[in-house]
Design a protein around this ligand. Structure first.
Ligand code: HEM
Length: 253
């Protein structure tokens, strides 16, 4: 066991990444709950005046507002993957290097096959996490395109009209609705595995990964930080300017 003074606090997730994460999680929760209600509307009996119990309209309204926020938040994260720090960079999300691909196997041995007791120590996400998030980004694009295409016939606004071309590709609105509904469940599956792994990694690695998505900081043994910087994993060496002489190591970037 390393002594606590060997650990260094490293600022990994910048504030925009953390805001993106929690707004995204909130939107997906709101979209999934209201989406499920839209797909399976319960028969609510009410003896009041119909115009006072416009609850289904409110459910749809929340779904559409959350969808617009979801799009804006996603567009912002795309922008941040170009201007943000090395842990936020778009390059990490794609399997571009042999090291990234090899790391997938090392992570799976710990997370899935449980055949190795040596967790992979990285400051950013590990490669499995990065590639999974890339997969969720593709699902996000599909939900945006399909959702706004389904919304277009009931909206005068220009934005949903941009996506009407997708309906003929799926044969009918009903087919597209089925895919939109199925992907909602994929997000549910992703969330269960994601939260489990975040807790599991927090436990086996002891780097404070859970609190990092709230405060931005992780804790790592100094020699592991040096080793990671040397391999260039989970970040792009040289992308960030070197700290000025005499500056504190790992300043918030
Ligand atoms: C209580 C619920 C949640 C917890 C505790 C949680 C925790 C975390 C943690 C600790 C990380 C960074 C870990 C890493 O290195 O990979 C992370 C990243 C991420 N999470 Fe979650 N998460 C939650 C809900 C969600 C939901 C609902 C979604 C979307 C369906 C989501 C999508 C993501 C994405 C896309 C990232 C990468 C962020 C980026 O680099 O931009 N999370 N989460």
């Amino acid at each position: 066991m390393n002594a606590s003074h060997d650990y260094q606090r490293v600022y990994v997730w910048q504030q925009p990444v953390r805001w993106f994460h929690w707004i995204n999680a909130l939107c997906i929760t709101a979209l999934a709950v209201t989406g499920y209600l839209i797909a399976h509307p319960p028969g609510v009996l009410n003896s009041g005046e119909a115009s006072f119990s416009y609850w289904f309209g409110k459910v749809r309204f929340i779904h559409f507002v959350a969808a617009y926020v979801f799009v804006a938040n996603f567009a912002f994260r795309l922008y941040w993957s170009v201007v943000g720090n090395k842990y936020a960079s778009w390059r990490n999300f794609l399997p571009l290097t042999g090291r990234q691909i090899r790391q997938v196997w090392d992570v799976l041995k710990v997370d899935v096959f449980q055949s190795s007791g040596k967790p992979v120590h990285v400051l950013g996400h590990n490669s499995v996490a990065y590639f999974t998030y890339f997969g969720t980004a593709l699902l996000t694009v599909f939900q945006i395109v399909s959702g706004f295409a389904l919304y277009a016939p009931t909206s005068q606004s220009w934005f949903p009209q941009l996506f009407v071309w997708i309906v003929p590709l799926f044969g009918s609105e009903q087919n597209l609705r089925l895919f939109h509904y199925g992907v909602m469940w994929l997000f549910g599956v992703f969330t269960c595995i994601h939260v489990y792994l975040a807790v599991y990694h927090d436990y086996v690695e002891g780097h404070g990964v859970l609190s990092s998505i709230i405060g931005g900081w992780k804790f790592m043994e100094k020699h592991k930080i040096t080793a990671e910087e040397a391999t260039g994993m989970s970040g792009l060496p040289g992308r960030n300017p070197a700290p000025a002489p005499g500056a504190k190591p790992n300043p918030a970037r």
